[in-house]
Design a protein around this ligand. Structure first.
Ligand code: UDP
Ligand code: MG
Length: 364
């Protein structure tokens, strides 16, 4: 018995590794019962999310008169979904959700057929056309899944990036932005106006992700936060960067529309651009004040100049131009200012009503 341990001593020694390992488990491993995940925190920035059960993915596509492109979109998405399920990245109850934004062609009929043919496919029919952003929200709030990817129906965005998005999510990110690596397929006009728009918004303090539209992945947590916004003018591209959370970016090459034509004519694009500014920034209102102030100071100095000209220099006052031009100038500024005020007032008007953003006719 000279060198051996008795039962008590070995018991006492065994406590050390047990205490140590339970400390490590407590400190670095986080169990999330609700999401059925285990998170391993290696350092503050490197966190690994290991899934006990697989991620349920939902892909949401707003569709407005997309009968030409839907068959191709659906077959490509189904192939991708099946691949991802087979490779064990996502759960078997993942799905595709088409939102019919009051289309006038056969879009809904096609979606119904997809749904009959394949249980992965679901459809949400809005009672009428409510616009891309509202259709998107209807999809985001109706679809079931741990993560939701929103993407346009026209195959301009590369669907293969969805795999990368899910990978980034599993690394611990809650929002993953799909960003175009170039604007090669855009017309010069669209490229130029888009760039000016980002700059303008940035200068007004609105934080947008450059070259990112509505192709993104959001976790359930983020969707629940979005539900808290009760605004009628919901400009998703502006709101999501304001939510916080850990985010990541994936890049893709944007292609030409697969079929059909753009459902975003210049009029709708301008409206969206205007919404982006007036929902997020009061800088235009302040600019009016500044402009008014500047013009007042200017006209005041002019009055002094006229008095000096009349009584001291005794020069004749220049006639027509100096009296008529300011009238037009001030008139113009006033109209512009009233217009901008009206823009904001209409926003307040719409917001106070708190009208619902969309009505769902049926869900399949
Ligand atoms: N869209 C919609 N409602 C509308 C307009 C467009 O749901 O009132 C959808 C459309 O079907 C497409 C997406 O929004 O899936 C983007 O539209 P589009 O591709 O025509 O815009 P672009 O890429 O030309 O800017
Ligand atoms: Mg498009």
């Amino acid at each position: 018995m000279a060198f051996g341990f008795d039962a008590y001593v070995s018991g006492a020694i065994a406590i050390i590794p047990i205490t140590l390992s339970s400390y490590i488990l407590q400190r670095f491993v986080v169990f999330n019962k609700e999401k059925e995940t285990i998170k391993i925190i290696l350092t503050k920035t490197i966190k690994l999310r290991i899934l006990v059960s697989k991620t349920r993915l939902a892909i949401v596509l707003p569709c407005y008169n997309e009968e030409e492109v839907l068959p191709e979109t659906n077959s490509r998405l189904l192939k991708l979904l099946e691949q991802m399920i087979q490779s064990g990245v996502i759960a078997e109850n993942s799905g595709i959700y088409y939102v019919d934004d009051g289309s006038r062609d056969r879009t809904w009929e096609i979606i119904e057929n997809f749904n009959l043919e394949n249980s992965f496919v679901h459809g949400i029919k809005l009672s009428r056309n409510r616009g891309h952003q509202n259709a998107l929200l209807a999809g985001l709030f109706t679809a079931e899944g741990d993560v939701i990817v929103s993407i346009d129906a026209d195959l301009q965005d590369d669907i293969n990036v969805i795999k990368e998005m899910v990978d980034r999510y599993l690394e611990g990110n809650e929002i993953i932005y799909g960003v175009r690596s170039s604007r090669g397929t855009d017309t010069f006009f669209k490229r130029f106006t888009a760039q000016m728009y980002y700059r303008l918004l940035k200068s007004m303090g609105v934080d947008l992700v450059y070259n990112h539209a509505d192709y993104r992945l959001m976790s359930r947590k983020v969707i629940d936060c979005l539900k808290g916004f009760k605004e009628v003018n919901l400009f998703l591209r502006g709101i999501i960067p304001q939510l916080g959370f850990s985010t990541a970016t994936v890049f893709f090459e944007r292609r030409e529309r697969f079929a059909g034509e753009s459902k975003y004519p210049l009029r709708k694009m301008l409206m969206l651009a205007m919404d982006g500014i007036t929902s997020f920034s009061v800088v235009p209102l302040r600019m009016i004040t500044m402009l008014g102030l500047l013009i007042s100071i200017g006209s005041f100095t002019m009055v002094i100049w006229i008095i000096v000209g009349k009584f001291i220099l005794e020069a004749t006052i220049p006639g027509w131009a100096s009296s008529v031009l300011p009238i037009y100038f001030i008139g113009g500024i006033q109209l512009l200012s009233t217009g901008i005020l009206g823009e904001y007032l209409s926003k307040v008007y719409m917001e106070t009503k708190q009208r619902p953003l969309y009505f769902i006719e049926s869900v399949i």
